[in-house]
Ligand binder design. Structure first.
Ligand code: ATP
Ligand code: MG
Length: 163
């Protein structure tokens, strides 16, 4: 298999997903698509770590609210592997604004927050999930969140039927 098409991506179930009891429901979306979980842990991040993870956003107006949100409770960090995993996971998750996310996507099915509402209240948009935006970010983010020894290698049935 062309190695560049076989990718790993970072998914975070944000504090709203954990506190709403949606972990199992969301994880099952990725499992149903045949994607493979190769790393998983609950982490309560501090402000310093938030600035590392969201380094692209620290100077933006919404960053204060985003930091408050992401440090407000534990997040479930997952390293997910599969063919075109970065794009496939973004597709399953849906666009950033739940109001615009179509039914069938995780954000469209389980959230309805809008930019307008978030910006008026000076809070982060509550959209349940973070998913790496591209392959380069995915590699950096997995290295930031996981030690090598926390990543696991094993075979799934999909490796017999798809790959
Ligand atoms: P993520 O990086 O969390 O996967 P994303 O790539 O869809 O989400 P980004 O543009 O990277 O979106 O923004 C990071 C996060 O910051 C969003 O998921 C959302 O929670 C929050 N956010 C982004 N833009 C705004 C905004 N204008 N107002 C409030 N919160 C925002
Ligand atoms: Mg992003």
């Amino acid at each position: 298999m062309p190695q560049s098409l076989f990718q790993r991506t970072l998914v975070l179930l944000k504090p709203d997903a954990i506190q709403r009891g949606l972990m199992g429901t969301i994880i099952s979306r990725f499992e149903s698509a045949g994607l493979k979980t190769v790393g998983m842990k609950l982490v309560w991040v501090d402000k310093e770590f938030s600035k590392k993870h969201y380094s692209a956003h620290v100077d933006k107006k919404f960053y204060i609210g985003l930091e408050e949100f992401i440090t407000s409770g534990p997040v479930l960090a997952m390293a997910i592997e599969g063919i075109h995993a970065v794009d496939v996971v973004r597709k399953l998750v849906g666009p950033t604004e739940p109001k615009e996310a179509t039914p069938g996507t995780i954000r469209g099915d389980f959230a309805h927050h809008s930019y307008d509402y978030a910006d008026k209240k000076n809070i982060a948009i509550k959209n349940l999930i973070h998913a790496s935006g591209n392959k380069e970010d995915a590699e950096k983010e997995i290295a930031l969140w996981f030690d090598e020894k926390e990543m696991h290698t094993y075979k799934t049935v999909h490796e017999m039927h798809v790959f």
